[in-house]
Ligand binder design. Structure first.
Ligand code: SF4
Length: 328
């Protein structure tokens, strides 16, 4: 029996190479070793979304990219959070055993409250409770996390333990699988790659769009003239070569340090290699996009499979809490 993994990601629409390197690649790799449950967490997104106009498009495009990248609905359960309403019910039950003080001290809550003072909503405080419900509802034994997310998982484990202590063993306590989720810098070189900063390259971009985007990338700021030696260690184009041109990084590094290669040529090599690397993914995406019904079928089948697990878990939680009316 394979262990079950759960992971969720917000519906951010078309995915970019930062999402791919930072998360999707890992998701795909885990499929062979684990039974994976991957969820697009649309309810979580509502904690900071004031406008939901693009929500459905974003979910669709994201699932399209997941499938094109190699997530396989035959191996994994792929679904949208709100299609399994049991998660909201479990969230409410868990909220009764979670002290408010635990939630108010969460650093991400404090940061969010600062960054969106006009919208410090109830859902924002309860975010970790919903996250816990996501994980334990599907009886996930393992959650892949980066080092920085360990405290979040620890809180989920604390909430789970508290429930089990109060009402008896009901839920599996999820374990962390420390995973390397590399932080990919954007083309401006000083912020995480993100659509918000428009410093990204979409997986679905055309080769020409990719070239144009890469040509805008900031390089070593101290290299003003072609004849200046460069410093690849502070150049994000060089970091991206590490993913897309791994066999030539040594040569590029040496050449850059001696001003043997100019930044324009260096970026051209990177753009071409990104295009070569992503060509099969892009081809698959175009094919998948011809049949939107298939994408919706994947989500609906995933939700059905997820619900089968969820119903069983929720029933058990309610029984343990004494919420089921006895049948005479
Ligand atoms: S040559 Fe390449 S690695 Fe060197 S500074 Fe320019 S873009 Fe960066």
């Amino acid at each position: 029996m394979k262990k079950r993994v759960f992971s969720g990601a917000r519906p951010t629409g078309k995915q970019h190479i930062g999402n791919y390197i930072g998360a999707i690649q890992n998701y795909v790799a885990l499929q062979d070793e684990y039974e994976c449950v991957y969820c697009i967490v649309d309810i979580h997104a509502l904690t900071s979304l004031e406008n939901t106009e693009r929500l459905q498009d974003n979910i669709y495009e994201m699932m399209l990219d997941w499938l094109a990248s190699g997530l396989d609905p035959q191996k994994s359960i792929l679904f949208v959070q709100s299609d399994v309403p049991e998660v909201m019910e479990l969230h409410t039950l868990l909220s009764m055993v979670t002290p408010l003080s635990w939630l108010l001290r969460v650093p991400t809550f404090k940061e969010k409250a600062k960054s969106q003072p006009q919208n410090v909503n109830y859902g924002l405080v309860g975010y970790p409770v919903l996250m816990t419900a996501d994980i334990i509802l599907y009886k996930a034994e393992v959650v892949p996390v980066g080092e920085d997310q360990l405290p979040h998982l620890e809180l989920a484990r604390e909430i789970t333990r508290r429930f089990n202590t109060l009402f008896g063993d009901t839920f599996l306590e999820p374990q962390a699988k420390l995973t390397n989720f590399p932080l990919v810098l954007g083309l401006n070189g000083n912020q995480k790659m993100s659509k918000t900063y428009d410093n990204h390259v979409e997986l679905a971009a055309t080769p020409d769009e990719t070239r144009k985007k890469i040509m805008t990338a900031v390089t070593d700021p101290s290299r003003q003239y072609r004849s200046d030696p460069g410093h690849p260690n502070i150049c994000n184009v060089f970091s991206l070569h590490g993913y897309f041109t791994p066999e030539r990084t040594g040569e590029i590094e040496t050449s850059c340090r001696k001003a043997g290669i100019g930044c324009v040529d260096c970026k051209k090599i990177l753009a071409e290699n990104i295009n070569v690397y992503l060509a099969p993914l892009r081809e698959k995406r175009l094919k998948l996009a011809e049949n939107p019904k298939y994408i919706f079928d994947v989500m609906s089948d995933g939700a059905q499979r997820a619900r089968n697990i969820a119903k069983e878990t929720l029933l058990s939680a309610k029984q343990h809490m004494g919420l089921i009316t006895p049948q005479i």
